[in-house]
Design a protein around this ligand. Sequence first.
Ligand SMILES: Cc1ncc(COP(=O)(O)O)c(C=O)c1O
Length: 413
Amino acid sequence: MTESMAAPQARGKKYKDAIFGASNAAQADIQANGKDKVVNGTAGVIQDETGTLVCLPTVEKTYRALPMTEIIAYAPVAGLPAFLKDAQECCFGDYRPEGYTVAVATTGGTGAIHHIIHNYTCPGDEVLTADWYWSAYQMLCADAGRSLRTFRLIGEDGGFDHEDFQRQLSAMADRQEQLAVVLNTPAHNPTGYSLTDEDWDRIFDFLKTLVARGRKITVLVDVSYIDYAGPGARAFFRKFSGLPPEILIVTAFSMSKSFTMYGVRVGAMIGLSSSEAVAREFAEVNTYTNRATWSNNSRGGMACLVRIWEDPALRRQYQAEQEQYYQLIQERAAIFVKEAKEAGLPMLPYQSGFFLSIPSPDAGKVCALLQKKHIYLVPLRAGVRVAVCAIPKAKMHGLAGAIRDAMVEAGQL
Ligand SMILES: Cc1ncc(COP(=O)(O)O)c(C=O)c1O
């Protein structure tokens, strides 16, 4: 009797997520021993100082006030027109790049990445991202018959490793005409690193040499954490002006973190090109793929953004609430960074954002040892991820030392 009905390319697919595994273990410990005893640094969501999931108050008030019809009705396949306009303003702020920009609504940043792989690479192609990456990138590629290639994010000098970036992309360019690169910045998950203006200059200088070799390059800029990256975090958008039409910039804007609406599943992919035809094609192919993938997006989520963005008082309130959580996360991270330095614990260069990371050759072993002390972190391929967005300040004290001790016990320090 057959044990598989899945088609050959689907056989063996299994969703195993290190994050949810660690999170379930933390929940079980909380049930058994109480919240106060447990440090749960697994969830990629903002939790307040009592460990409760945060919804920005203006978002809650606005969403709850929407008429029911505005929540349940279908939305246009490309997204509500007002949302497509406002999402661009919300994303770019005062730093809208010059060129033709066009937005298509997506199911969060995930949807944007899905569509880029689908519409801007060929079956069998590789997609390039950093060696520290959000694990869904790999699954999104594999599920579409593509594969993920990585470059070393941080070089010996503690900054973006341009040499390896260029080496890996050149190798891809030897075999592919269509090239896609995914860069998560600012406030990268899982390190908290942000590319500098100089990094962008060097990246575009290099991409132009590939254009001269006849290559077409799509750069997906995943800005999921941009609203927790501090003042000036948007200035790099200006670097995207005046690029050749063979370089398409796609900014993945997400309401998940920016509006604390993780489960509402709304975002937008914003294409930017110096060619009007390329921008028009972007709208067409991605609207088509919306229809062919999930049809249309949550109308209520889009309407909520429009109501907040178009009301100056609500917008100010919303931005002030966001700022308050940005500051809180900075304070939590500062405690960790200071103590890591004192304890001699190496970490990736953190600037801002929901996560920081500790390099480890066997993160699973370190995390298992930490669990014995009721500390729950996420083991990644390259190290341990700490969700500073979720850990109250009181529990940040002593955490770096505990990780250092676990690494010593594991023979890694
Ligand atoms: C780096 C990164 N990109 C994209 C996403 C996707 O989020 P969403 O699809 O909810 O916008 C996440 C979520 O954790 C993320 O960490």
